[in-house]
Unconditional design. Structure first.
Length: 87
């Protein structure tokens, strides 16, 4: 992650580790829902990790209103980017 990512190394690693830990928690809680294969982490997880780190950047994020979500044709809770979008 540090080789290709931009930003402060500690912040990059914090995002990476948070993503991994949250994926492991999901496996622990819902392990029976997963087959023994490789999965791509869902966009909603990436967006949740990003939201958890916004405070450290001094960013305040508001939640979409129902009107905004309807206009954009996306769920209020996300994910906000299509599957083909890469961060």
């Amino acid at each position: 992650n540090l080789g290709c990512a931009t930003g402060h190394p500690a912040f990059v690693m914090s995002n990476s580790f948070t993503n991994q830990v949250m994926a492991q928690i999901d496996l622990w809680e819902k392990g029976e829902d997963y087959e023994n294969k490789v999965y791509v982490l869902p966009k909603i997880l990436d967006e949740k990790v990003a939201r958890l780190h916004l405070d450290k950047l001094g960013v305040k994020l508001t939640q979409l209103s129902e009107n905004q979500a309807n206009y954009l044709d996306i769920p209020i809770e996300g994910p906000y980017k299509p599957d083909h979008y890469r961060y």
